[in-house]
Each structure stands twice: as structure tokens, then as C-alpha cells.
Design a binder for this molecule. Structure first.
Ligand SMILES: C[S@@+](CC[C@H](N)C(=O)[O-])C[C@H]1O[C@@H](n2cnc3c(N)ncnc32)[C@H](O)[C@@H]1O
Length: 273
């Protein structure tokens, strides 16, 4: 059965790029993330994925960053089985399904109302997985999320679409809402943002990018005194690079010698508060 979704705004439509990249990763002989549900959603939705022109590098980096975000979330949930989890700008990602947290965890996927409605049509319901249809820059949506439990907050592919001020305000609201928690996201340097504006694979979302880029991973420590950088995960140095096709494996092993060069691609930043 093919599902026809309503027309999304260009900002919402960015979700198809990452969804399709995860589906293509799943079709590789040695997937990095192996998200069969993403593939299933792509196969059942009536959307012209071919026009996205997703290249191998985008597939690998989307899959690897999702895997690293999952790992941080999974380790947090193992230490805090009473936690709440948030996926900000969740799109049609099925992170809750990949993480399979214990029933004591409540998970909240947040995205614009039209995307939230599409999630409810496409992704099987689970009593602990909640969907919030809201603009993350709106201060009110957090009222629906318990404030007395530790939180793991994931933002996969969202940061680029917020201004610096929107991002700082959002993080300050999150830090003051929860007693403690961790934030993990994929981030971009200023140069990576420049590339996003010019590369073929990201052309469909480039005009929507508002974030100027962040060169110093410690910068958020200055946004709120409770925020501390746990780790910058340099993707080119992660073991999954061994599964990349030969050309990309050589490229990543080469740039892995230099943090500055590695940061030209996707970086994953992990904070606690
Ligand atoms: C590139 S997609 C990534 C989606 C998903 N995280 C994934 O990895 O497939 C960016 C998502 O952020 C959402 N988004 C962008 N700005 C947002 C905002 N201000 N509030 C809520 N969602 C937002 C878009 O609707 C879209 O679903």
C-alpha cells in the first residue's frame, strides 16, 4: 500500500533527505546503521526520492551520525532507565524503535504539526513513544514533557535550520526544564555550512540553512554555565569507517589525521548539564 503524504513546507521536506539516506544505507551490503524501518517507510511513501540526488558520502555520514547519536542515547538510557528522551526535529526517523528503551522510559518526538501527523500515520504507535507537533522554538511545547526526570536530548539534522539565537534560547529552556541531562547533536563548522550551501547533495535544503556554524565545540559552555562538553565525536576516527567503500574509507582515514580537516564533514557533539 502506498501512502500519499500532504505537501510539506520546504523546511519540513528536508526530512526526506535523511530518511532516504538511511534507507540507502540499509540497502548497502554492509550497512552502517541498518535501519530497515527507514527503508520500509521510503518504499511505502509516494514521494519522488530520486530527485534528491543523495550521494554515497551523504548516505555514509547520515547513517554514521545517526548511529553515534543512538549510541550516546542508548548509554544514557542504560544509566537512567527512568529518563525521558527527546528527538528534536525528528522527521520520520524511528530512533525510538532503534533504541528499544525499557518501558520506564518516555520518548518524545518533536517536529512541526504536519510532520507529527505524518509520523502518526506511518510509524506504529507505542505507549511510551509520544509525538509533539510544534515548532521547537516555541517555548510552550516543553510543558507537555515531564520536568522531574533526567533527559537525553537528541537533535539529528536540526541545528542547521535554527538561528544562533533560537538555538541558544532552546538549549537554555531545555537546561532549566530538566534536573539533569545530556544533549547530543550533529553540528557544523562555519566552513561546513558554506559547503552545505554549495554541495549538490544538500542543494534541496541549502536555502533554508540559518545557522552560521560553530567552530569551537566548547562555545555552548558559554551559553549556560550548567552545560559542559562531554566529547566531540570525530566521525572519521570511528571504527565504522572500516565498513565504508574503499575510496571513502581511504579519504576518511586520511582526514582523520587532522581534526580541522575531519570537522569539514559532520561532527557529533555531546554535552551534559
Ligand atoms: C533534515 S530533517 C531531519 C529529520 C530527522 N531528524 C532525521 O534525521 O531524519 C530536519 C527536520 O527538522 C524539522 N525542523 C526544522 N526546524 C524545526 C523547528 N523549528 N521546529 C520543529 N521541527 C523543525 C523539519 O521539519 C525536519 O523534519
Amino acid at each position: 500500500m502506498s501512502v500519499t503524504l500532504p505537501t510539506f513546507t520546504p523546511l519540513e521536506e528536508g526530512l526526506f533527505l535523511t530518511l532516504y539516506a538511511r534507507a540507502l544505507d540499509n540497502r548497502r551490503p554492509h550497512p552502517i546503521l541498518g535501519d530497515a524501518t527507514a527503508d520500509q517507510i521510503v518504499r511505502t511513501t509516494d514521494y519522488d526520492y530520486g530527485q534528491l540526488k543523495v550521494d554515497t558520502n551523504l548516505v555514509l555520514s547520515v547513517a554514521l551520525r545517526a548511529k553515534k547519536l543512538d549510541q550516546v542515547a542508548s548509554e544514557f538510557l542504560a544509566r537512567h532507565p527512568d529518563a525521558v528522551g527527546l528527538d528534536l526535529g525528528a522527521g520520520l526517523d524511528t530512533r525510538f524503535e532503534r533504541l528499544a528503551p525499557p518501558p520506564t522510559v518516555d520518548w518524545y518526538d518533536v517536529d512541526f504539526p504536519a510532520v507529527a501527523a505524518a509520523r502518526q500515520r506511518l510509524i506504529p504507535e507505542h505507549p511510551n513513544a509520544h509525538v509533539i507537533g510544534a515548532d521547537v522554538t516555541d517555548p510552550d511545547w516543553l510543558d507537555a514533557v515531564p520536568s522531574d526526570r533526567p533527559a537525553i536530548i537528541v537533535a539529528d539534522g536540526l541545528m542547521g535550520f535554527l538561528t544562533q539565537d533560537e538555538l541558544v534560547s532552546l538549549w537554555n529552556r531545555l537546561v532549566s526544564h530538566f534536573p539533569s541531562g545530556e544533549i547530543v547533536l550533529n553540528s557544523y563548522t562555519r566552513f561546513a555550512i558554506w559547503i552545505a550551501h554549495h554541495a549538490r547533495g544538500t542543494k534541496s535544503v541549502a536555502d533554508l540553512v540559518k545557522f552560521p556554524g560553530m567552530d569551537d565545540p566548547r562555545e555552548p559552555e558559554g551559553w549556560n554555565p550548567k552545560l559542559k562538553l562531554v566529547r566531540e565525536i570525530v566521525l572519521s576516527r570511528e571504527p565504522e569507517v572500516a565498513e565504508f567503500p574503499a575510496g571513502w574509507r581511504r579519504f576518511h582515514r586520511l582526514v582523520a589525521h587532522s581534526t580541522a580537516l575531519s570537522r569539514i564533514g559532520t561532527i557529533v557533539l555531546h554535552y551534559r548539564f
